[in-house]
Design a protein around this ligand. Structure first.
Ligand code: FES
Ligand code: MG
Length: 574
């Protein structure tokens, strides 16, 4: 618990020189060198945790957002102080951005704890940054208001709209199938991502922004505002002002993240995730965020909720539209209102209202073409299901809303790739022994593999089958998939192959049975045979290349998908 509810400004958490008065005197002296007056230095401090980087295109407008947030803090009578953390630009990190999510979360957590601030506004949004920042902020002893950078706009292209990144994959698949030529794909490459902001569809970034709003840690109505829209700056300004109110609030009014992120709000977030046809990655991230506060996200609960919760939002990759359309349709509030009877309306939000009070107060317009009514949904059942069985004892995830239902009840022959390298080397080989009815299996792409759970679960359809016009196959792996991808793809198989999971024991020619109806994923090989294979196998978890530094910490402590791929020592200690 915090030692004092009153704002202490720069006097909070003094540097230890063995003489507190000296510490404060020295801190003020150093702060004065930045040109602040004594009056400014005596105000409550609102930290602004920024995550701009030349390696993060999505956060390109961070300086504007920080400026607007500062304006809100200043107008409300506080001293805004910006500080940086690392940033995770999705496509710029090797081997994966996920590997660094936990590092960023530690940076955020420790810098909020170590530096003097009475409240903090945290700004981010690219795929792994929002989860990292909420994981890091979850245990903060000061109020936290989250601001998402907002989604990109689409661009016109030959009579249609393009937006990262469902269209990235759609056109890449066409290019691989020979339907788009070299100059064509170059032109598309230049049109997919043309503004600041996060990917324009209901990918992981937009899903997590909606989850942030559903959790109540962001101001209402802010998840879908485009990055370049003036409302986005107004949202940042209002967030700065709200953080300042929270900084000086007393008693119960001084809401901490743990007052907002609760079992009830986490369940609300899971509900919203299903209703928006959100990203599979969000399961891992929500598990990690909630896990920092000791709140479980059980996959069997997901299955129950998935059957009760229709997909309401017609957005890519599940539907046809983009985040700018959800914004124009009135934003996430339309979804929350349609789900009202399934939500915990007494969950507290950062505004100080409960979710129910907030929905009650909303009178704005909702476009029911984009946000469908509950009784006329876009799809009857929730987007995500968990599968269990001999191939996935602790679960696997399928995004049924973005998959081909004709493949949901299927037994087929496994065609196995033992690693990403193996897949890259063979998948397009014209002599590859593979038929449209086979089930593709990728091993050793989970959290402990050298690949560190990349978004490689969207295994490419082998070129020879793609050229025959095949668009989908059952594909199974311990990897993740981009929130923007489409297909009958079973992900996050737990335990992973590199951790001794049965996925590592599958051999080409084995039979696998998928039943979405029964929520099963089974390897049809008898136990004695598997025992023999197990005895002969050496899991690939030992990483000779990761002997020191952060990567060693990662390998030593990373949990499986059912632990949110968090580190064991960062989960809540009760
Ligand atoms: Fe940042 Fe897609 S690259 S959200
Ligand atoms: Mg993504």
């Amino acid at each position: 618990m915090t030692d004092d509810n009153a704002p202490l400004g720069l006097g909070r958490g003094l540097t230890n020189y063995g003489d507190n008065e000296f510490s404060l005197y020295l801190r003020r002296s150093m702060a004065s060198s930045m040109g602040y007056s004594r009056e400014m230095l005596s105000k409550p401090v609102v930290g602004i945790c920024s995550s701009g980087s030349g390696y993060n295109n999505c956060h390109r407008l961070m300086p504007e957002l920080v400026e607007a947030t500062k304006r809100g803090v200043l107008a409300a009578g506080g001293l805004p102080i910006e500080f940086p953390t690392i940033s995770l630009g999705e496509t710029f990190l090797n081997p994966t951005s996920l590997m660094y999510r936990n590092l960023m979360s530690m940076d955020v957590e420790e810098m909020i704890r170590a530096q003097p601030m009475d409240a903090v506004v945290v700004i981010g949004g690219c795929d792994k940054t929002l989860p990292a920042q909420l994981m890091g902020a979850a245990n903060a002893e000061v109020p936290v208001v989250y601001v998402a950078v907002g989604p990109m706009l689409t661009s016109p292209y030959d009579g249609e709209r393009l937006g990262a990144c469902t269209d990235c994959r759609r056109f890449w698949a066409k290019f691989r199938a020979g339907e788009v030529d070299e100059p064509g794909i170059r032109r598309i490459e230049g049109s997919l991502a043309t503004t600041a902001g996060t990917c324009a569809v209901m990918g992981t970034a937009s899903t997590m922004a909606c989850i942030g709003e559903a959790l109540g840690i962001m101001l209402p109505g802010t998840a879908a505002i485009p990055a370049v829209h003036a409302d986005r700056l107004r949202a940042a300004e209002a967030s700065g002002a709200r953080a300042m109110q929270l900084a000086v609030a007393k008693g119960k009014g001084r809401l901490l993240p743990r007052d907002i992120i609760t079992p009830k709000s986490v369940e609300n977030a899971l509900r919203v995730l299903l209703a928006i046809g959100g990203s599979t990655n969000a399961i891992v991230h929500l598990t990690a965020i909630a896990g920092r506060l000791g709140i479980p996200v059980p996959l069997d609960r997901l299955n129950v909720m998935s059957d009760e919760t229709p997909v309401l939002v017609d957005l890519k990759p599940t539907g046809a539209h983009y985040m700018e359309d959800l914004f124009a349709a009135g934003g996430l509030v339309g979804v929350l209102k349609e789900l009202k009877h399934l939500l915990h309306l007494d969950a507290m939000t950062i505004t100080g209202e409960t979710l129910g009070e907030r929905l009650e107060a909303h009178t704005g317009w909702v476009d029911h073409e984009i946000v469908r009514p509950f009784d006329k949904p876009f799809q009857e059942m929730g987007g995500l299901v968990a599968l269990f069985g001999s191939l996935a004892p602790r679960g696997a995830i399928l995004k049924r809303s973005a998959a081909d239902p004709t493949l949901f009840e299927k037994e087929g022959r496994a065609v196995v790739f033992s690693s990403l390298e193996d897949m890259a080397a063979r998948v397009d080989d014209p002599d590859l022994d593979i038929m449209p009815d086979d089930i593709m299996v990728l091993q050793n792409a989970g959290p402990k593999s050298p690949a560190a759970m990349p978004e490689a679960g969207y295994l490419p359809i082998p070129k020879k089958l793609a050229r025959q016009g095949l668009k989908d196959m059952v594909r199974i792996s311990d990897a993740r998939m981009s929130g923007t991808a489409f297909g009958t793809i079973v992900l996050h198989v737990t335990p992973e192959a590199a951790d001794g999971g049965p996925l590592g024991l599958v051999r080409t020619g084995d039979r696998i049975r998928l039943s979405v109806k029964d929520r099963r994923l089974d390897l049809l090989v008898d136990e004695a045979e598997l025992e023999e294979r197990r005895a002969a196998a050496t899991p690939q978890a030992v990483q000779p290349t990761f002997k020191r530094g952060y990567r060693k910490i990662y390998m030593d402590h990373v949990l499986q998908a059912d632990g949110g791929v968090d580190f064991d020592f960062l989960r809540s200690v009760e």
